[in-house]
Design a protein around this ligand. Structure first.
Ligand SMILES: *Cc1c(COP(=O)(O)O)cnc(C)c1O
Length: 674
């Protein structure tokens, strides 16, 4: 009863707000879908700011806007990547408890021992946090390359006691392997590491057998299988017809026979598959589990001493909060995922009379995505926003007068006609201009009035139940451009290369109604350097709702004296902790951004560590420029100009000081005013 009343009240207050001129926080919640993608970590507080609760409802929370302000006071400029270690730990714990719950539910007589795939985000702080916080769960690491193996071996403390029952954190060795890789992985066993070498390609088998014989170390082996699962809905093969990794059924048989011949069948302990990342549809996971479970049973029956089933990655993140099988979403939760995996293998083992395996997953995205928030500021917006215009003078051009008339007499029953008239008038104006009958000032006046009409027409069209197709074009045309202090190539590479959607929204001013629709253009000179796809309940939205950025109120028509909007305007891109940081490149030489690690404390939060972004000197050195050398040349050139009397001594000193200062600075724009 009580709960219902609260819900009713909420609805009521929403209604009353809608009727009035105000805008409620609930409306912002709905608009940006924050509960869908953000719960339980991100929400909006009464001040209209985003809050972060790194431990969900089990711990404290902080105000993200205030945090950013506090960090800026510490000279940490935007763009800024903020990582919450407690979110990372919470994800890890959630994954483990989901598997624990699933195993309890199905009375599964085995355990779950996940590993973190290092490639998902290799930053030391993250890998170390996971190793540390994963200890109670015997959480291990997955390496997909030699450097990652080196990280794994030095990060996880090996355990020397020879007690087979005491399960230890695993190191799963995937990817291309050469002699060094295999030798290191084998020798690691001597340290007490439980490193399992997964045969990804048949040719690796001979090497492993050969090297392990040389070293006289019995290998722990796994095999990666190619599954034949199909995504029926999208009519595509999940793993491609021929993938780089994984053995086909005939190859697996060859492997078993070869192991038998070498009297090494007892070394095969693990079956692995990996469907790819961000599997949105649970049906695919279920299908894969059916196939993999049977494979597992078959391997055990063949005589291999099977003990592990490694289901790889693919556990998806709901970036758009729609809870559907749309690529940016997922139609299942972590618990469903664990349940389906446990149930499938349990059933197959029971039927096949085989002991159940220890379950492993290599979930990267689902663990790492939520921890990082990218905060950046808006630098400005384009002119196209239809600002209200003043009444033209009596002697203004006829076209100007006509457009003014249209802009003043728009009605919901004539707006379509008015739109076509406005277009025609604008075209006429351009023809006149091209023939020399219209001055530049007049043309500018025409265009401004035209935009004003378009904005007003659009406002009417948006309120109609059904607006004809031309208005989609108009909508696109009237979408503003917000210029942001960011390089998507550096900080959101998945967004431009793979078109992955991320939730983006203002981190403050959420009590105000956003007046504009905008796309975001970044700092680079590349036309791909933009974000023009945003999350939506259905499909993708071509714009983001944003607040008025320009500090001055809109023209003279602004009724009340609007409190000029606070500058700066901060936007946050969320769930960017997986795959974003390492793929980045130095487009236009915008370098790594500032990173801070925040940990919760009983009293609030503390800054755990700061990783300063690249300075220009650093970025230039990546492309083989030496800062001292550059500076020296600049000194020489200014000296020459000074001798020629082309520059004053004062100017020359100023130029050199600026040059030198820039070399030591952040590659992004620093807001210092003019
Ligand atoms: C990339 C990868 C993963 C991680 O996948 P997520 O979807 O991020 O969980 C796991 N295993 C292998 C073999 C991978 O290549």
């Amino acid at each position: 009863m009580g709960v219902e009343t609260v819900a009713e009240e909420k609805k009521e207050s929403k209604k009353s707000k809608k009727a009035g001129a105000g805008w409620s926080i609930e409306e912002s919640e709905d608009l940006y879908r924050i509960q869908g993608w953000g719960a339980p970590y991100f929400a909006i507080n009464a001040a209209g700011h985003i809050t972060v609760s790194p431990q969900g409802d089990r711990g404290g929370s902080l105000d993200l806007y205030e945090l950013v302000e506090a960090l800026r006071k510490r000279k940490l400029d935007l763009p800024l990547l903020i990582r919450f270690s407690d979110i990372l730990a919470d994800r890890l714990e959630r994954l483990n408890s989901c598997f624990a719950r699933a195993m309890a539910r199905y009375k599964y007589p085995g355990v779950y021992q996940g590993v973190y795939p290092i490639k998902c985000n290799q930053q030391r702080h993250i890998v170390e946090t996971l190793a540390q916080r994963g200890k109670p769960f015997q959480f291990g690491l997955e390496a997909g390359s030699k450097p990652e193996l080196m990280i794994a071996l030095a990060t996880l403390p090996p355990q020397l006691e020879q007690n087979d029952k005491a399960s230890k954190s695993l190191i799963i060795c995937n990817g291309y392997k050469d002699r060094d890789y295999l030798e290191t992985a084998l020798l690691a066993k001597r340290l007490g590491h439980r490193a399992i070498i997964v045969i990804d390609q048949l040719r690796e088998l001979e090497w492993v057998l050969h090297i392990s014989q040389q070293l006289n170390i019995k290998p722990l082996l796994g095999v990666r299988a190619q599954l034949s699962v199909k995504d029926w809905e999208n009519q595509r093969s999940i793993q491609g017809e021929r993938t780089k990794f994984g053995l086909t059924a005939p190859e697996i048989v060859t492997l078993l026979q070869r192991l038998e011949a070498a009297e090494r069948l007892d070394c095969l302990r693990l079956l692995h598959f990996h469907l790819g990342t961000q599997i949105s549809n649970i049906t695919i996971i279920k299908d894969a589990m059916r196939e993999a479970s049977q494979l597992y049973v078959q391997l055990a029956r063949w005589g291999a001493k099977m003990r592990y089933l490694n289901v790889g990655g693919g556990l998806a993140v709901d970036y758009d909060g729609s809870n559907t099988n749309f690529p940016a979403s997922k139609n299942y939760n972590m618990q469903n995922y664990a349940n389906d995996i446990v149930a499938a293998i349990q059933e197959a083992c029971e039927q096949g009379g085989v002991e159940v395996p220890t379950l492993i997953s290599e979930s990267g995205r689902a663990i790492a995505a939520h921890q990082s928030v990218l905060v950046f500021d808006v630098l400005g917006s384009n002119e196209a926003l239809g600002a209200a215009q003043e009444k033209p003078a009596k002697d203004a051009h006829a076209i100007v007068q006509n457009l003014w008339e249209i802009s003043q007499s728009l009605k919901s029953n004539t707006y379509q006609e008015a739109y076509h008239d406005a277009i025609q008038l604008k075209q006429e104006a351009i023809s006149l201009f091209n023939f020399g009958y219209l001055t530049l000032t007049e043309r500018a006046q025409v265009e401004r009035l035209y935009w004003d009409c378009c904005q007003k027409i659009l406002d009417i069209a948006r309120q109609q139940e059904y607006a004809p197709e031309d208005f989609e074009e108009l909508e696109k045309m009237m979408t503003a451009i917000y210029y942001v202090n960011l390089s998507v190539f550096q900080s959101a590479p998945e967004s431009w290369s793979l078109e992955q959607l991320f939730p983006i929204m203002p981190i403050h001013r959420l009590k105000e109604q956003p007046q504009h629709r905008a796309i975001l253009a970044d700092l680079t000179c590349d036309s791909d350097g933009k974000i023009d796809r945003f999350i939506d309940l259905r499909d993708v939205k071509p714009y983001l709702e944003v607040h008025d950025f320009r500090p001055a109120p809109r023209g003279k028509v602004a009724k009340k004296k609007e409190t000029s909007s606070p500058v700066p305007y901060y936007l946050g891109m969320f769930l960017v902790g997986a795959y974003q940081e390492i793929m980045g490149n130095l487009h236009n030489l915008f370098g790594d951004i500032n990173v801070v690690h925040i940990a919760m404390t009983p009293k609030g939060y503390q800054i755990e560590s700061i990783v300063k972004g690249d300075t220009m000197t650093e970025v230039l050195s990546y492309v083989q420029y030496d800062a001292e050398d550059l500076l020296e040349r600049m000194r020489r050139y200014t000296e020459q100009a000074l001798v020629q009397g082309q520059i004053s001594l004062e100017e020359s000193q100023r130029l050199l000081t600026d040059y030198e200062k820039s070399l030591r600075r952040y590659t992004y724009l620093v807001d210092e005013g003019i």
